[in-house]
Design a protein around this ligand. Sequence first.
Ligand code: GSH
Length: 209
Amino acid sequence: MIDLYTWTTPNGRKVSILLEELGVDYEVHPINIGQGDQKTPEFLEISPNNKIPAIVDRDNGLKLMESGAIMWYLAEKYGKFLPAGPLDRIKVMEWLMWQMGGLGPMAGQSHHYLHFNPGKAEYAEERFKAEVQRLYRVLDKQLEGQDYVCGEYTIADMACWPWVSRYEWQQIDLTDYPNVRAWYQRLLKREAVQKGYHVPKVMGEIPTG
Ligand SMILES: N[C@@H](CCC(=O)N[C@@H](CS)C(=O)NCC(=O)O)C(=O)O
């Protein structure tokens, strides 16, 4: 049994989507980051960096923060959504790292400057908008001729997808990135993706792309 500490954000949804795909038992603990739940001493015991998502694995007592590490751990523990071959696995690691170090942080900044605080910092708006567009071009190229980021459906797809689901906040027109759009809609059809998106609560319709 996995305890999932999460909120309605792309990083949180990455893990709930994976848990839904795995079909394992998990208990959701909402951490409302808008009201400061992430700063309580109890939560810091689990996630010393004050951020969601985090998990506790009741089978062995492991406490884990950082969505990429959590996804890798769960995929290994349950033996799913990672390829068998070592070289194929490292390619999944590569794209997971790309999401963790690129798409997530850059898109996250674009949400602040383009969506929540427009008109406050022209330089930042231009910088993050251009960088997010560049990252979508990279993803579009990677998806050329294949249905999933690393060929087969893996945690790399589940890591990137919730960030792309915020394309409107990033002022991204998905029709400019046809491979990304087709992939986004392909994943959107999956029941587990829809269920995981709505954890810990429903926040409205999922953008259709
Ligand atoms: N690198 C971390 C980033 C986690 C992160 O930025 N979480 C945000 C929500 S998406 C958060 O908890 N923010 C609360 C805060 O910064 O106080 C991961 O991938 O898990």
